[in-house]
Ligand binder design. Sequence first.
Ligand code: SF4
Length: 147
Amino acid sequence: MTRKPPAIVGLGQTTTGQWRDDAACIGADVEIFFPHSGVSDMPAKMICAICPVRGECLEDALAAGRTLQGVFGGLNMRERSTIIRHRQRICADDRPERAAAMFRELRPTVASDYAAHLIIAAQFGVHHRTVDKWVIARAQTEGASST
Ligand code: SF4
């Protein structure tokens, strides 16, 4: 059976994919990148540690989601899952600020606050009342910091 390097096994396509040609795992035993329970993943991580495309590989693996098994970009599924959760938390925390900024830009171009809230709500995939709360909360925060 021909073994494929982990770099081309089941990853998403967030980058061009050309980085795979430079993967340090080409020719390596793919099974060390998918160790059975109780078997160390350190041999795979040691190959990743010297890989020139580790960053690209990791980003594609992160984009593939939390269920992607195996070692990619030097991290196993659990370790990548931690990064994904952390990034999601940052994005989630960032939404009120981004929504408020969008509201400031959008409001002069639409008929009402409600219309702006609806557009922004569609962008973020939330209810328009949530956008209303975010915008109000942001305005209060800015008001408090300017006094
Ligand atoms: S970081 Fe690891 S899994 Fe990714 S391409 Fe390099 S050696 Fe392969």
